[in-house]
Design a protein around this ligand. Structure first.
Ligand SMILES: Nc1ncnc2c1ncn2[C@@H]1O[C@H](COP(=O)(O)OP(=O)(O)OP(=O)(O)O)[C@@H](O)[C@H]1O
Ligand SMILES: CC(=O)C(=O)O
Ligand SMILES: [K+]
Ligand SMILES: [Mg+2]
Length: 569
């Protein structure tokens, strides 16, 4: 299949919502007694008419609820597959923080069309009703329009931060101005140049002469006087103060961690938010300011007990010095990690952030955990319609490191150009991935074994071999039939040259696979008869224009420890 040329920063014309497949409507199978050939939930999706597919449906899956719809893939991905061919589909996944700029149904749909794989909501901002409305709208889009956008809830955590500025969108601190940072509760409106601080011990812990950094240095103050609960500070680096911005204080060149180091990673408010997330069925919970593996293990067992079967993935946000000390254990205990460069850059010298990013990305790959690179990737696009060259280079570097996902924060939450920012991530990812495939494919990362049990080791070896064969033979795709998603993630870990079509029976596994590099997750019911699975998949995908006769496919499966190589008939 010809790869369409993707021009940097000039993505193809904005795509419309998917249109009906251009096939003539098939006649309904006599066995299935369907009212029409169209899927009732997704009327634009036509069912396959191939006799072999119908026969496979009938023999392996007699329950009609398993058959509706026979195969399901994210609508935006389907358009991309049909337009560009699957060799050039995007491998790097995209996470968008949803905020006031993107919370309406139309804005959310525009992000889904633009390739958002995961919608992130940040519990630092907004109230639960607001977040509930966003989660439900994403679910509705998935149900009614055929997208497969997953939802990630990000906890507030209990680090020190400012209050909400009495409702103002931002405040400007100018050089030399004196501001009051206070732990008092104020009546609204807030007195002028006053900032509320959420941590009760703040006024006791800081000392005159300390430096106070807002958002890791977006504005800087010097503590000049302490008056009971009030701390007077002079602005030494002017900047914009945003609601609930993070605060750190520094003494003699290092960050001060007094009693606030003892604050729990998951606060009582966070636990309530987590209950809310479980009840709303989010796919991922990202835990802010993780310090140890214990908190991740605790949360995972809490989720298991509370959510009875539905598995929510726990993502460890690496954004503090403590998390760096315990990096291996934390990542091992988690289902994935986020390089949260915003707060990280407030805790370690900025020049260390790039090497820390690279280290975390590589470690996650070794340990087979998806990793998200987050914060300020396209910061200038909060205000401007094009990124800086340096931002494009930063995005390129994260793609080149082969991180699983890139994340937009303020760019999509409250910026002026959320869709443009997303399209920049998309086109830079596509361009760098293509360049990598063409030029850099020999710079492979030496992967060590990650499995402990014998059967997992077998799965891992099969995935390694399948990926190697796919590269060696120039295969068009690897197909993996997986109930839990585990084999799909092992394949993704190999970062093969071709995309991985991951077929799974469960919608929640399918949404979780959305975060992993190079996977195109499909929901499909399948049996342990691989020949019938393959025939059925080929005819379903061919009917939808997603594969063609002659395409070379390598197929593996959870249940059978074999590798098949075949051309699509
Ligand atoms: N739900 C929301 N309601 C209002 N504003 C929001 C919301 N979500 C995000 N924002 C705005 O977008 C900005 C960037 O969002 P983001 O989630 O990246 O915040 P952050 O403070 O950088 O992240 P974190 O708190 O996880 O470190 C926030 O500072 C806030 O101004
Ligand atoms: C995303 C986030 O929490 C950070 O960068 O700090
Ligand atoms: K957060
Ligand atoms: Mg943070």
């Amino acid at each position: 299949m010809a790869a369409a040329a993707h021009s940097l920063l000039h993505p193809p014309a904005a795509r419309k919502a998917p249109t009906p497949t251009p096939h003539s409507p098939p006649s309904p199978s006599p066995f299935l007694r369907l009212p029409s050939a169209a899927c009732p939930r997704h009327p634009h999706r036509l069912r396959s008419t191939s006799p072999s597919a119908a026969a496979a449906d009938l023999t392996a899956f007699p329950n009609p609820s398993d058959i509706f719809p026979p195969i399901d893939v994210d609508a935006a991905t389907e358009v991309e597959l049909r337009e560009n061919g699957f060799r050039s589909t995007r491998r790097t996944k995209l996470v968008c923080t949803v905020g006031p700029a993107t919370s309406s149904p139309a804005q959310l749909e525009a992000l889904a069309v633009g390739g958002m794989n995961v919608a992130r909501i940040n519990m630092c901002h907004g109230d639960r009703e607001w977040h509930r409305a966003v989660i439900r709208e994403v679910r509705r889009l998935n149900e009614e329009k055929g997208y497969a956008v997953a939802v990630m809830m990000d906890t507030e955590g209990s680090e020190i931060h400012m209050g909400d500025l009495g409702g103002a969108a931002s405040a400007k601190a100018e050089d030399g101005e004196v501001w009051t940072f206070s732990v008092r509760a104020f009546e609204l409106p807030l007195p002028e140049r006053t900032i509320n601080v959420n941590y009760d011990g703040f006024a006791e812990d800081v000392r005159v002469g300390d430096e106070l950094l807002v958002d890791g240095g977006m504005a800087r103050f010097e503590v000049i006087e302490k008056l009971g609960p009030d701390v007077k500070c002079r602005c030494t680096d002017p900047g914009l103060l945003l609601p609930r911005a993070n605060l750190t204080f520094w003494r003699d060149g290092s960050i001060v961690r007094e009693r606030n180091a003892m604050l729990p990673t998951i606060s009582s408010k966070d636990w309530l938010d987590i209950d809310f997330g479980i009840a709303e069925g989010v796919d991922f919970i990202a835990v802010s300011f993780v310090k140890s593996a214990e908190v991740i293990k605790h949360l995972k067992s809490y989720i298991t007990a509370k959510s009875r079967g539905s598995d929510i993935a726990v993502i460890a946000k690496i954004e503090s010095i403590d998390s760096l000390k315990n990096l291996h254990e934390i990542i091992r205990a988690s289902d994935g990690a986020m390089v949260a460069r915003g707060d990280m850059g407030a805790q370690v010298p900025l020049e260390q952030v790039p090497s820390i990013q690279q280290k975390i990305v590589q470690l996650c790959r070794q340990l087979n955990k998806p990793v998200i690179v987050a914060s300020q990737l396209l910061e200038s696009m909060i205000e401007y319609p094009t990124p800086t060259r340096a931002e494009v280079a930063d995005v390129s570097e994260a793609v080149r490191q082969r991180a699983d996902a890139l994340m937009l924060s303020g760019e999509s939450a409250m910026g002026r150009y959320p869709e443009k920012a997303l399209s920049v991530l998309r086109s830079v990812s596509l361009r760098i991935e293509k360049w990598w495939r063409e030029e850099k494919r020999h710079e492979a990362l030496e992967l060590q074994g990650v499995s402990s049990s014998f059967s997992d080791k077998v799965s891992e070896e099969i995935c390694n071999s399948a990926a190697k064969m796919a590269n060696g033979l120039g295969a068009d795709a690897v197909f993996v039939y997986t109930k839990t998603g585990h084999m799909a993630s092992l394949l993704s870990r190999c970062r093969p040259d071709c995309p991985v079509f991951a077929f799974t029976t469960s919608t929640s596994v399918r949404r979780r696979l959305n975060l992993q590099w190079g996977l195109i997750p499909f929901r499909l019911s399948f049996s342990d008869d691989m020949d019938s699975n393959l025939n059925r998949t080929f005819s379903l995908l061919k009917a939808r224009g997603m594969i063609q006769s002659g395409d070379l496919v390598i197929a593996i499966c959870d249940m059978l420890q074999s590798i098949q190589v075949m051309n699509v008939p």
